[in-house]
Structure formats: structure tokens, C-alpha cells
Design a protein. Sequence first.
Length: 108
Amino acid sequence: MAYTQLTSEERHYIETRHKMGDSTTAIAKALVRSQSTVSRELTRNRGARGYRHKQAHAKAQQRHADKPKAGQVDPGTGGQHQYATGTAMEPRTDQRRTERRRQDGCLP
């Protein structure tokens, strides 16, 4: 089964059932989701006024937009790739790759 993010409708359902006093297990079973998913959702997206589905959805979308994307080139590193760990490729790896491309005729 592929992972899918919670939808706005699911977050609204979580908010409604949570306010009714239902357990995270009962909510998760109704949504056919893991209990830990519902528990994390309620914990991670709780604001000063408790869990609110619109605020929770906006926070989740912002977190998704802010996370680093794998394989993007950072101009500050001289063109080296930055991965999720935030470390640049080792110079030897770049050197070997460049040598291989020259041997294959891809580089002058």
C-alpha cells in the first residue's frame, strides 16, 4: 500500500471525532489509518487553541514545502549536489565521474 498524506477532509473528521472524545484508535479504524498516524497528527498540529483541521492542513502543507528536496544543486557549493543529509558529494566521486565521462567521449 502506498503512503498518502492526510486530506483536509480526513483532518476535519479527526477534529470532529477528537472533540467528541473518541480515542485515536477509534478514529484511526474509521479512517483506515494507523493509530500512530492519527496520534502524530493530533500532537504535531496542535495549536494554542487545540487541534483545528484548517490550521493543521496549512501547517502540514508548509512543512512539505519547506523540506529539502533530494538531489538539488546548491549554487554555493560550486555545482556539487546536496542530498537530504546536507553534505556535498566527495570530490573523489566527482573526479571519478568526470574521468568516466571523458573516457566515454561525453566531455572534451
